[in-house]
Structures are given as C-alpha cells and as structure tokens.
Ligand binder design. Structure first.
Ligand SMILES: [Zn+2]
Length: 317
C-alpha cells in the first residue's frame, strides 16, 4: 500500500466513522443517496458488494437463493436489494453478520423481513444493549440500542454451517479480536473467505477494545485462519478490495511487529505518553490513517495489552 493510498483510505474510513457517530440521519441519507454500489464477482458463487465505505457485503447466489454476509447501512438497503437483483432473481434466504458494527448490520431490520439474520451470541447482545465502541482512548463512538427486528434471530456460540446451493457455508467464531463477537465466514467450494473486520486494507485497524476486542485475539484469529486457507483463496476484507492470503500475511506481520514494539516499551516501564513522544510506531507510519492514526493505534495496543477487560462497554461472555 502506498502512502497516497493509505491517506485516501483514511479519509474514506473517516466517513465511515462519522456515519457510525451520527444519529441525525438526514445528512447521511443525503450523502448515501449518491452512493453507487459496486458489484464484483469474487469466485465460484460469491460476489462482493461495495459502497459508501461501509463493510463489504458478500453475496452467495445459487438456485436455492441468496446468503448475504453483512448488510451495510440502513439507508442503503434498497440499493443492496437492487444490486442483488442484477446478479440473481432468487430470494435472500439468510443473512450472516460478521460483528455488530452498524456499517455491517445497519440494514438488518430491512433484510430480516425477508430472511433470518444469523450471528454470534455477542452480536445480538451488543445490538440490543447499545453502548460505546472505541479504542479505550481517543476513538469513541456511540452504538445505539437496536429494535428487535434488527436483532439476529439465530445465534450461535462457536460455529454454524448453512447448507445451501450445494455449498457448506461455515461461520466460525473468533473471540476478542476486532470485537467480542467476530465471525469469519468460509465458502469452501467457491474458495472464498469473508474476513469481516478481522482483516481490512485501510491501514492500522480499528480494534474495538471497548467492545471486547483485543490485539492478541485479532492476531490469533489471523494466524489461525491463514494457516488453514488455501494459497489461492479469494479474501473479502471488511473494507477494501478483494485480497489474497499473502496480503493478510503482510498485514499480520505489521500487527505482530507493532505489538512487540509496544510490549517491549511496556517491559521497560514506558508510559503511553512517553511512547507517543518516542514515536515508536514511526517505522509503520504508512499505515496511519485519519481516524486510526499512528497515535490512535498506539493507544489501541497500549490499552489492549495493559487491561484485562474492555473499557466502558460491558463485556459479554
Ligand atoms: Zn467493524
């Protein structure tokens, strides 16, 4: 990723977070009304829908119907529906949420009129309770409690398999990574994986420490998944273009190196403000974005490595 790309993605992600923040829908509706969804054939029976820098939607199509992975912001629901019509005239049968953030679950209420939503237990809990998403320091967003029609009807605690269109689609729970309710979704026959926000191409990741996420869980999930994926698998990131397992390896390397630098500084008794002053993450500054800046990512690592529990948001088990 070039630094130009990084800063562009940073601006786009900033828009995502503004939307997360905003409870006044008027301005965002106006902006989102201009959004065009881009449809990409990923591989096999899986497509990717991108738009408004919300989370990427995976759409698995076949004679039995459509399975969606994530559903973006509520105001985009009809555009998602129209984009689906361009690839299949079959009904939506199931929607899987990779985690609770509203750029991935915002249209749950719309799509649950057509098909049940499936997610990890903690996704339902956090959507129901609302709370704060954040890195435990400067990055902080309100997550509003969601009405019951937006809550996943089917929940699981470890994994679930959906048998449709001749494929065994597997959603597997990875604890305490981006949040405490992350699922990674595998399409073994199509040879595609949807990573949710456990992998993104926008630079330093947002890790929702307040929502039960952690750098250690984030790294553990990536290590586990990378070890199991075929080399030629197509990767749908939570945000960004279709990627490869090698892209994930590069990202994982950065995460492990930056964690180690902060761990070493902690062993030496350095405080967060001293680490900021020392610019200890400067070697990776090309990953710095406008919301998850170098400092915000340093805060994330510091808070994650020094606290046994999340921040202000009730931790669900
Ligand atoms: Zn997210």
């Amino acid at each position: 990723m070039t630094s130009k790309d990084t800063s562009l993605r940073g601006r786009e992600i900033f828009a995502v977070f503004l939307l997360l923040l905003s409870s006044a829908a008027m301005a965002q509706d106006a902006d989102l009304s201009k959004t065009r969804l881009k449809v990409t054939h990923v591989a096999g029976s899986v497509y990717m829908l991108e738009g408004a820098d919300a989370g990427n939607i995976g759409a698995f199509v076949g004679e039995d119907g459509i399975v969606l992975v994530d559903d973006q912001y509520a105001p985009l629901a009809e555009k998602v529906q129209a984009a689906l019509k361009s690839i299949s005239d079959k009904p939506v049968r199931f929607v899987i949420n990779t985690h609770y953030h509203d750029d991935h679950t915002g249209a749950n209420g719309y799509f649950q009129k057509q098909a049940p939503i499936i997610a990890h237990d903690n996704v339902r809990k956090r959507l129901e309770s609302g709370g704060v998403a954040g890195n435990g320091s400067s990055v902080r967003f309100d997550a509003k409690p969601q009405p019951k029609e937006a809550l996943p009807i089917l929940t699981f605690d470890h994994d679930i398999t959906v048998h449709l269109n001749g494929e065994d689609i597997r959603a597997l729970y990875f604890p305490a990574g981006h949040t405490d309710g992350d699922s990674i979704v595998f399409f073994p026959r199509s040879n595609v994986v949807h990573m949710g926000d456990d992998f993104g191409t926008y630079g330093f990741p947002f890790i929702d420490v307040d929502g039960g996420g952690s750098i250690n869980g984030f790294i553990a999930a990536l290590e586990t998944v990378i070890a199991q994926l075929p080399q030629d698998v197509k990767v749908i990131p939570g945000h960004g273009p279709v990627s490869s397992v090698d892209d994930m390896r590069v990202f994982l390397k950065m995460l492990k190196e930056t964690r180690e630098v902060v761990q070493n500084a902690l062993r030496q008794g350095r405080t967060l403000s001293q680490m900021k002053g020392d610019r200890i993450l400067d070697p990776w500054k090309k990953y710095s974005g406008e919301v998850i800046s170098e400092d915000a990512y340093l805060e994330t690592l510091y808070n994650s490595l020094t606290s046994q529990k999340g921040g202000t948001f009730l931790k669900h088990n």
